[in-house]
Design a protein. Structure first.
Length: 189
């Protein structure tokens, strides 16, 4: 079977199975750890954020069936923010997420971006490892317990960093992310 890329929308019917799998995976890994259900994260951005000219949503099809996907949206004038890179549960360990990542990086470059920014959750070590092995710089202390950060930020310059550039590392909140989030939720209750 032949694989092909299809640029579409996260709300398109063909995208639905992967989006539903990703939502279930977020729920299984995080539940309401972040103070809201996983579906809230999946609905945080309207589909239009992942449309040209500022964004993109791509599926990798095998025999017409989506087996992996991902997206980016505008972060700032020069930076695309990657979101929702995902592989169908029956097609893992084939390098498909890396293929999606490379395709999205190339598309971001075609759309005029020079930098990629992304975050992944602390309970997604396979995603962390993918980004580290794909040339992304961790904007956090990789030797620290990742739970203190909640979200693990990364960046990559598509043509190398500007001369003299030094990445700004994220400092976790005192007591860790979860304690800070619980205090924030209690304050607004």
């Amino acid at each position: 079977m032949t694989d092909s890329f299809l640029y579409t929308s996260p709300s398109a019917d063909i995208s639905r199975p992967l989006v539903e799998q990703l939502t279930a995976e977020y729920h299984d890994r995080y539940g309401e750890y972040f103070g809201e259900p996983a579906s809230a994260e999946m609905n945080r951005y309207p589909a239009e954020r992942f449309a040209a000219p500022d964004g993109a949503f791509v599926l990798l099809l095998r025999g017409g069936t989506p087996i992996a996907g991902g997206a980016f949206m505008r972060y700032d004038d020069t930076t695309a923010e990657m979101k929702r890179i995902w592989t169908d549960v029956n097609h893992r360990r084939q390098g498909l997420a890396r293929r999606i990542l490379v395709e999205l990086e190339e598309q971001a470059g075609r759309q005029g971006y020079s930098r990629i920014y992304l975050t992944t959750g602390f309970r997604q070590p396979e995603a962390r490892d993918l980004y580290l092995s794909s040339g992304y710089a961790a904007l956090f202390d990789v030797s620290a317990d990742p739970e203190i950060y909640g979200a693990l930020p990364f960046e990559k310059f598509l043509a190398g960093p500007p001369p003299g550039y030094v990445p700004a590392l994220v400092t976790p909140p005192e007591g860790g992310w979860k304690a800070a989030r619980q205090a924030q939720l209690a304050k607004h209750a």
